[in-house]
Write a protein that binds this ligand. Structure first.
Ligand SMILES: [Fe+2]
Length: 137
């Protein structure tokens, strides 16, 4: 096979992977939106399984796309990107703090607080990633 055909195949594969990436994200959004309305434990477990698989598929597909893109765009984990993520997590935490202040029932308050604890943890993790990325090697 000549080089043009090979490149065309790669480009076509990339386009299809990109579509599949979008499809997986859409599926996951849909599953996440129905999750809270499910009462049946078995069905809930199934939907969790679909979400777990979806996340794994997105990871695989992203890796394949990065490989095709080449090393040049494998710098998705840039310092700037991480700092943006830290800001987003902090915004989430601050928004949730406002929610706690407005929530009246104990159960809602404690659930919101547990999410805040997670967000604080996410911030710590991202700050550690930032440190690791800053260091050479
Ligand atoms: Fe988070």
């Amino acid at each position: 096979m000549d080089i043009d055909s090979l490149l065309k195949r790669k480009q076509d594969l990339y386009t299809l992977l990109k579509s599949q990436h979008e499809a997986e994200v859409n599926e996951m959004n849909h599953y996440m939106s129905v999750l809270s309305r499910l009462n049946n434990g078995i069905i809930k477990n199934y939907v969790h399984k679909l979400l777990d698989d979806g996340l794994r598929h997105i990871e695989y597909i992203s890796t394949m796309m990065t490989t095709i893109e080449g090393a040049s765009s494998s710098l998705n984990l840039t310092k700037q990107g991480i700092i943006k993520s830290i800001d987003e997590e902090k915004e989430s935490r601050d928004l949730l703090l406002k929610c706690v202040a407005l929530a009246d029932d104990v159960e809602t308050k404690s659930l919101l607080k547990s999410i805040i604890v997670d967000e604080e943890h996410h911030i710590k993790i991202l700050e550690h990633i930032e440190e690791l990325v800053s260091k050479p090697g």
